[in-house]
Design a binder for this molecule. Structure first.
Ligand SMILES: Cc1cc2nc3c(=O)[nH]c(=O)nc-3n(C[C@H](O)[C@H](O)[C@H](O)COP(=O)(O)O)c2cc1C
Length: 282
């Protein structure tokens, strides 16, 4: 197959988007980006795509590290779709800069609004019932543009976000590795180990039939939202509490909070490393 899409997804929105685009562009291999995954496909592909969420106004760490390692066919058409809630920040600039180092560039970049899925910080919004079909509809439209090899000026980080990055994001990112100190399990944990298999960073080990987080967490929420017993809880770690800003004040996972994942994407889908999407015959 000549089309390859590299996808990182914690709660399924990006994987759902990648699947829709793959079907609209005549099929593609979707490679799930996580630690330890390598791929030689981009060196020979005609179309190379990156689909991932926006994290902290940028690209999630595993996607950035993966893109840096990747060999890309300089003649390929390259696109990126970033699923997000409201601030895409500099995610397209980050991937474009990496590609330019390799002698190519981003030809098409689009942010796609999806359900906000950071359930350790807030209830999912807007309502998934309304938002999931809407995101799917826009993903199909984006897929059709990619099929036509449309080119665009991808959206850049806004001046407002740029000015606030140092003050709002940098202190947060400086203590990012402390994030998983907030995780613990309720007595409903049965030690099934699914959380460990889901984690894209290999950050969770199972000890005495309970998960232990080893401080490489990027906050993707996979373990929380796909836990079959809803047994993973979150309290604000000390380093975050000290920041006392608009984000950290909201952190915490009361049992009553809804754990959203994209309804079309299962835990098995998130764990898969690679899949081939073949378009349906009309
Ligand atoms: C750790 C984390 C950081 C996030 N940062 C941002 C952000 O900076 N801007 C934004 O608009 N959305 C942000 N979001 C929301 C996600 O981008 C959005 O829910 C995305 O669709 C999730 O994709 P996924 O389901 O493929 O993991 C963040 C979510 C998480 C979990």
């Amino acid at each position: 197959m000549k089309n390859v899409i590299y996808c990182f997804s914690g709660t399924g929105n990006s994987l759902r988007t990648a699947r829709i685009i793959a079907a609209r562009i005549g099929g593609a291999v979707i490679v799930s980006v996580k630690d330890g995954v390598t791929s030689g496909l981009a060196a020979k592909a005609d179309v190379v795509g990156f689909v991932c969420p926006v994290y902290e106004w940028d690209v999630p760490e595993p996607m950035k590290e993966f893109a840096e390692r990747l060999e890309v066919n300089p003649d390929a058409y390259v696109f990126m779709v970033a699923t997000y809630v409201g601030v895409h920040g500099r995610c397209f600039e980050t991937i474009d800069a990496i590609l330019r180092e390799k002698g190519t560039r981003l030809h098409y970049g689009k942010p796609l609004r999806c359900v906000a899925s950071q359930c350790v910080a807030y209830e999912p919004f807007p309502s998934p019932k309304f938002m999931v079909p809407r995101s799917d509809r826009f993903a199909r439209r984006i897929g059709d543009n990619i099929a036509k090899r449309r080119m665009n000026e991808y959206p850049k980080m806004s001046a407002i976000t740029r000015n606030r990055y140092e003050k709002m994001m940098v202190p947060f990112l400086n203590v990012q590795h402390e994030y998983d100190k907030g995780f613990y399990t309720s007595e409903d944990c049965v030690g099934c180990g699914l959380c460990s298999k889901l984690c894209p960073r290999g950050n969770i080990t199972i000890e005495d039939r309970h998960p232990v987080w080893n401080h490489k967490c990027i906050g993707c929420n996979s373990c929380v939202v796909y836990c079959p017993k809803k047994a993973i809880m979150f309290s604000t770690p000390e380093a975050y509490r000290k920041l006392n800003n608009i984000i950290t004040r909201r952190l915490g996972l009361p049992e009553s909070r809804t754990r959203y994942h994209n309804p079309h994407i299962t835990a098995k889908d998130i764990m898969s490393r690679r899949e081939a999407i073949v378009p349906k015959k009309r």
